[in-house]
Design a protein around this ligand. Structure first.
Ligand SMILES: [Zn+2]
Ligand SMILES: [Zn+2]
Length: 366
């Protein structure tokens, strides 16, 4: 019987163990995919460092892109996904029953499940991102157009939908991209870089990106993706950067600030940069990184809108794929960010990702 490798994590700060399991027939409702590209996300590093709890042993990784190898006919007919299709797995399994799901906020379902929660020793064994194969519910698959390179799609597989969802919630709360003269993106990591590209595509003319080093690869990428100016906090003080942003927009400050740095200190700075009635999108604070003093009167006096956003929905993954299809000019710069490793080299991949050597670490087939 054919087999495949799974990188199994037995606990935080322990090396992965690469196991081999047989490829079983696909259960009804699921598809079996062969690995094409599977990114290592910041969340995976948090799990490795013990900052986010999951059940062990586990095959983590939630950015799996694969080619469908096996699927039941009825599921093909129902979801329009066939053997040979390239697909991206959406990790989120909302319950569909709670108030959040029913009101259309399934990204924040209170009973949220995940596709990679299965134990590797339990058949069909392949649930997570860091393995040669993956079995996932067909309803969690989004088909990729054939012309999209799976490795390129893999670079922003999770940061892309994350940024898109934050903007979606902003628009739901009254954000009108056409009315934004000046936007600020805090942080030039994967979420910040994708947010820059997305805001530029929405027609926002002036996008200032706050970064640590104007010549590092991420900052240069932000520029390629649509940043009009890089504000480097290693070259000038944050106070000066805040004052500079406040001088923009006829002295009003930014219309929109997008937090993608993950640094708690960025939050009061973001509030400071906004104009009256400005909007602050905050998807970036995705770990417990400590508290920070804020001036709550600013929320009142400036009448700010502060919009949090975590997770994303199928609709955001579809939007991500559509965005990439429409912006072919971005494909080469995006693809160039991937550093590739095989499943059996998972420990080296995590070592390099943890040391900040790569912009995007991606697991690829042998
Ligand atoms: Zn992720
Ligand atoms: Zn729910």
């Amino acid at each position: 019987m054919k087999t495949g490798k799974v990188a199994v994590m037995s606990g935080p700060n322990r090396p992965f163990e690469v196991r081999e399991y047989p490829l079983l027939p696909v259960p009804e409702g699921m598809a079996r995919m062969k690995l094409l590209a599977s990114g290592v996300c910041g969340t995976d590093l948090h799990i490795m460092r013990g900052k986010l709890a999951v059940g062990f042993p586990a095959c983590i990784g939630h950015e799996f892109i694969g080619k469908v190898e096996d699927i039941h006919e009825a599921d093909s007919a129902k979801y329009g996904i066939n053997v040979g299709d390239n697909v991206i797995v959406d990790i989120a399994v909302p319950c569909g029953e709670c108030i959040l799901c029913k009101e259309g906020n399934d990204a924040n379902c209170v009973n949220m499940g995940v596709t990679n929660g299965g134990r590797p020793e339990v058949a069909p064994h392949f649930y997570g991102g860091f393995s040669d194969y993956n079995y996932t519910s067909v309803k969690n698959l989004v088909k990729l157009p054939e012309e999209l390179d799976p490795l390129m799609v893999g670079v922003f597989a999770c940061p892309g939908p994350t940024a898109i969802h934050a903007v979606r919630l902003g628009i739901k709360a009254g954000l009108d991209p056409a009315g934004v003269n000046v936007a600020v993106v805090q942080g030039a990591g994967p979420v910040g870089c994708f947010a820059t590209a997305y805001l530029a595509a929405l027609g926002i003319k002036e996008i200032l990106v706050i970064c640590g080093g104007a010549n590092d690869r991420r900052s240069l990428l932000a520029k390629q993706l649509g940043a009009t100016e890089l504000l480097d906090f290693t070259a000038q003080s944050m106070d000066d950067i805040v004052k500079y942003v406040q001088s923009k927009n006829g002295g009003l400050g930014a219309d929109l600030v997008f937090e993608a740095s993950g640094n708690p200190k960025a939050v009061p700075q973001g509030m400071d940069m906004l104009r009256n009635r400005g909007m602050y999108l905050v998807p970036g604070q995705y770990s417990q990184s400590g508290g920070i003093e804020i001036q709550p009167q600013m929320i009142t006096f400036k009448a700010l809108s502060i919009i949090g956003s975590s997770q994303y929905s199928m609709v955001d993954v579809h939007e991500y794929v559509k965005f990439l299809s429409e912006h072919t000019e971005l494909h080469n710069p995006i693809k160039g960010l991937a550093s590739c490793y095989k499943v059996e080299d998972i420990n080296k991949a995590f070592e390099d990702a943890g040391a900040g050597k790569n912009i995007k670490t991606v697991i690829v087939p042998e």
